[in-house]
Design a binder for this molecule. Sequence first.
Ligand code: HEC
Length: 248
Amino acid sequence: MAAPLLGVIFLLPSCESDPDSPGKEFMPDMYRSPAIEAYVDYGEIRGRENKELKSKLSARQTPKYTIPFVGTDEVLVKMMMPNRYKAGMAWRESHGLYGWDLSEESEYEMTRNNTVNPYTMTTENADRILSEGKTLYTSMCMHCHGEKGDGNGPMIQSGAYGDLGVVPAYKSLDTLSEGKIFHSIYYGKGYMGAHGSLLNKKEIWTLVHYVRQFQFDDYGKEEEVVEEDSEELGEATESLETEEGDTK
Ligand code: HEC
């Protein structure tokens, strides 16, 4: 007699008129993870307010020096290591880099001799890199920098962002080192925002290649030429190399 009665007492509260409702939760932790989640605003949950948390960033930064797991490919792992050269403290306010690992002064100038893109371009992967670059560029950069990299994207054309010339044409920046291009995309520069939290480092190095192909017409095609007929074209390639060496 007691057992069915107890059963009824326990079962009744779990009845809900809403057919989509799972009913009363006796142990909510089993339904809802008590773990802290990155995109939950803990300052205000279901009407409950936590004043102290409300004034803090709700999207959590990963701990300093965290690197994404990218497998065991040594080159890729190295590429993902924390940046050696950092933006300056001023970037905290100017580019919103709160909580980032910054140095007193910007170390942009120190990257001038950093002329090697660690995402090496070869004859085999050149097309793939440039097509990945195009996809990234189209969604993240083109609206300012323009389809042709001339600094005349839709944002400029519409007048929303400033006059022509606010965004420099890539061709006028062909003396920048690879490191500087990376640094500017990662931390932002002037009116350009930081992209370090939007793109991973491999994607940024892919974009560095893509920026280069706006600057040098035969970028990504050189190796092909060298391999096809290195003897005959030896001289031409040599002058090409020095030309590039000078400009970097
Ligand atoms: C909101 C508009 C905007 C977006 C989006 C933008 N840029 Fe820029 N970019 C600028 C402006 C403005 C400058 C000039 C900054 C300066 O020198 O003061 C610039 C400068 C640059 C430079 C030259 C940096 C240097 O060291 O002189 C590079 C390279 C560059 N952008 C690449 C990119 C790439 C790649 C993307 C996409 C991930 C991108 N930009 C997205 C506006 C933008």
